[in-house]
Ligand binder design. Structure first.
Ligand code: MLT
Length: 255
């Protein structure tokens, strides 16, 4: 598994969203290395990590991330995931609870796909296989960043488009099929006892802030940060606000 790591201190595992790779975390690799040992892997089938099975469940990814931590001799990490990365973070907590020292859930939700969403996943997997990633970028890109960002920060918008188009349809299809079968983790939320931070953008069109508010209400002692005027990739659109929230969280963790 390909990964970047920087810094020292409490391990902070950053799990990327769909259909992206570890490079989405560059502002966090740059900005949080003084408060954490920041680790950003490419999930199987994305970026520099090899392709795997034709379907990857959230638990499959979680298993591989646990194996990576084992390989690095890391017993516990703060597990941070954005969107699909958040689905995987919740799978890690369900399947490997001892590894999770804290949770950071960004622009994500605990619920499973409904039947319409499942059909959409399969249609998108076919589109990726038939047409390649440029068509997927057309569909996804407008929803990942706010309109203002697309208009005023062309270099960021282009970088995200490029990140999507360099992914491979095999890995993307496997993730789509895995997301379509993911479990509803809502009931688990009330059982969470590790420190939890929830971050989202006030203009996320993919996963509305109400999903984050609902999670915050269910997780005892959790903190919710809603970053104004940003959409789905809040870590890229507002890196300073995003990093400040994580910095404060890491510094307040029990020893
Ligand atoms: C993501 O950003 O990881 C995905 O768009 C999440 C999803 O499609 O449910």
């Amino acid at each position: 598994m390909k990964y970047d790591q920087v810094g020292t201190g409490v391990p902070l595992l950053l799990i990327h969203g769909f259909p992206l790779d570890r490079t989405m975390w560059q502002p966090q690799l740059d900005g949080l290395q003084d408060v954490a040992h920041v680790i950003a892997p490419d999930l199987r089938g994305f970026g520099g990590s090899e392709d795997g099975a034709s379907s990857m469940t959230m638990s499959d990814y979680a298993f591989e991330l646990k194996a990576l931590l084992d390989e690095m001799n890391i017993k516990q990490a703060v597990v941070c995931g954005l969107s699909m990365g958040g689905y995987i973070a919740l799978a890690m907590l369900a399947d490997h609870p001892d590894v999770v020292k804290g949770l950071i859930l960004c622009n994500t939700r605990p619920t499973a796909d409904d039947s319409k969403a499942v059909l959409g996943r399969h249609a998108m997997a076919h589109k990726a296989a038939d047409e390649g990633m440029a068509g997927i970028a057309e569909v996804m890109l407008p929803k990942l960043l706010s309109d203002a960002t697309h208009q005023e920060r062309r270099e960021l918008s282009s970088a995200v488009r490029e990140m999507i188009t360099r992914q491979r349809s095999g890995g993307v299809g496997a993730a789509l099929r895995g997301m379509a079968t993911r479990s509803d983790r809502s009931e688990m939320l009330e059982e969470i006892t590790v420190p939890t931070l929830i971050i989202t953008g006030s203009k996320d069109p993919m996963i509305p802030p109400s999903a984050s508010e609902a999670m915050a209400a269910m997780i005892t002692g959790s903190k919710l940060v809603v970053i104004p005027d940003v959409a789905h990739l809040s870590n890229l659109e507002a890196p300073d606000a995003f990093n400040n929230a994580i910095r404060e969280f890491m510094l307040a963790l029990p020893a």
